[in-house]
Design a protein around this ligand. Structure first.
Ligand code: CTP
Ligand code: CA
Length: 224
């Protein structure tokens, strides 16, 4: 889709990107999911690969991928995503946790399609909390630079800062999903970059590809 970098400034850098919303199965044909398109994560993967990085993409979506430098691992659930991530994490330098991980999963997965009952109008699904993948993987952090996202509808900066510290990550890319053109299932986003001991930096509304390019330029300049 684009090729804007001539110099492979990220050559030798091994990156993991998680992308898309997890799908938590209820039965063989149904799942609990969310509105994430996976576009932010896919853009992060495409741009990093374009700049010469090797990318492992752990994803529930695979549309719009455009680089031979990307190895894909397809997953559905949060638990599968966590297991795949744990396997590849030690060999990598950067983790971009762009996936919209479902906070909950159905407690039981029915082996057969759940049938509706002629006499019953009200149904209950018991939910169990999913592991916090980012928080757990950060405990195994060694050399890795770990980036999380924060989707908020209020108190953007305080809530995102809380995630930065509680999940022990190096950076949070925060976005206010209540704003038009921001967040889920759109091509644009308005990001505030948050790091420890640094002033938050709010970037103007731009395309997810431009955000990915700006992020990797920032990484190349300040972190690498
Ligand atoms: N995340 C994760 N595992 C989860 C939930 C979230 O790894 N079970 C990651 C997301 O991929 C994101 C970051 O944590 O990078 C923040 O996700 P978000 O949903 O904004 O925050 P939560 O910690 O889930 O808190 P809440 O939804 O209650 O605001
Ligand atoms: Ca959440």
């Amino acid at each position: 889709i684009f090729k804007m970098f001539t110099k492979p400034v990220l050559a030798g850098v091994n990156v993991i990107v998680t992308a898309g919303g997890t799908k938590e199965a209820l039965d063989p044909v149904r799942f609990i999911g969310n509105n994430s398109s996976g576009k932010m994560g896919i853009a992060m993967a495409n741009v990093a690969a374009d700049m010469g990085a090797h990318v492992t993409l752990i994803s529930t979506v695979h549309d719009y991928l455009n680089s031979p430098n990307i190895d894909e691992i397809q997953v559905n659930t949060a638990v599968e995503m966590k297991e795949s991530l744990e396997k590849v994490f030690p060999k990598n330098d950067v983790l971009i946790m762009a996936a919209a991980v479902s906070d909950f999963r159905p407690m039981h997965k029915s082996t057969q399609k759940i049938k509706k009952d002629a006499d019953k109008d009200l149904y209950t699904i018991q939910l169990q909390k999913n592991p916090d993948i980012l928080k757990e993987i950060s405990k195994k952090k060694d050399k890795q630079f770990v980036v999380g996202f924060a989707a908020e509808t209020e108190n953007l900066i305080p809530y995102a800062k809380k995630k930065l510290y509680e999940k022990n990550v190096d950076m949070i890319l925060a976005n206010d999903v209540s704003k038009a053109g921001s967040g889920f299932n759109v091509d644009t986003n308005e990001i505030t970059l948050i790091r420890r001991d640094k002033e938050p930096e709010t970037w103007p509304l731009m395309s997810k590809n431009d955000i990915a390019a700006k992020f990797w330029e920032y990484y190349d300049e300040h972190i690498k």
